[in-house]
Design a protein around this ligand. Sequence first.
Ligand SMILES: *Cc1c(COP(=O)(O)O)cnc(C)c1O
Length: 321
Amino acid sequence: MMIPRIRIANLPTPVEMLPNLSARLGGPRIMIKRDDLTGLALGGNKIRKLEYLLAEAQANNAKTLITTGAMQSNHCRQTAAVAAKFHLACILVLVGEEPPAASGNYLLDRLLGAEIVWCKREERDACLKATFDSAWAAGRRPYLIPYGGSSPVGAVAYSQAMQELAGQNVKPDWIVFPTSSGGTQAGMVLGARKTSFAGRILGISVDEPAAVFGPRVADLAGEAADRLGEKETFNPADVLVNDDYIGGGYGVFSSLEREAIQLFAATEGVLLDPVYTGRAAGGMIDLIRNGFFAPTDTVLFWHTGGTPAIFAEQYEKELWG
Ligand SMILES: *Cc1c(COP(=O)(O)O)cnc(C)c1O
């Protein structure tokens, strides 16, 4: 079954070798899939999901996209960019308090013309519902995009991305990437089955315990298959997640991310973000140092984006050296 899709992303995203990083780590062959280069407003993995989510919103005659996330949410910024380009209004329900100055993703949310509603963490769901209801009552025809864009339809995008990878004739032993709301991983797991991918898909959790991901990702992958008119069932055992690198929790920046960001930048000129790809790359580097991968393995680091969040950081010599 074909699921409606609006083309937005620059695809296929490049696959590149990272020979300097491999040499520096004395480790396996490392490759990178550049989903930080999906294009619109500095790109990232949510652009792929939004191709399907926008099509669903348009099919519902939506006039306003509503979604939610942290102040430095990449998902919110990419949703705001898609809304701007496709003549829709955008309301972002951001968790926290309005900062005195805007930077990083939040600066871009403003430039992209999104309306912002601030709410407390524990009131987020109620706040989102109230925002939706009042937009509906005002005749703004809102369409709600779930946290991280991780609806079954959103997950279909990463099943498609696995087909794209197969088409690039890239057959890594491992795919390593940051996992959070689980839509990216669910799509990959489904796509792996559809393409008979022989490698393993390892999500590095950025915030939650690994046990949360098994059922979440397996269910989402099954629902995504269902949307495609296919009957596939998945078990929590099909979902591989490492939660050793959560550290202080979501977005708490530490030496793990800092070292990974510096290493990728200084050896390959590739920029990682402090919340997602910095953490996942930090985990991958630690796994390499601990001999987790075989020396003959090819490890593909799937760069999911997040670039603008770098600019919410400050360079401080004591921290960065
Ligand atoms: C949202 C996001 C992720 C996590 O993707 P999920 O589908 O929510 O698991 C990873 N990396 C970046 C840069 C993101 O913005």
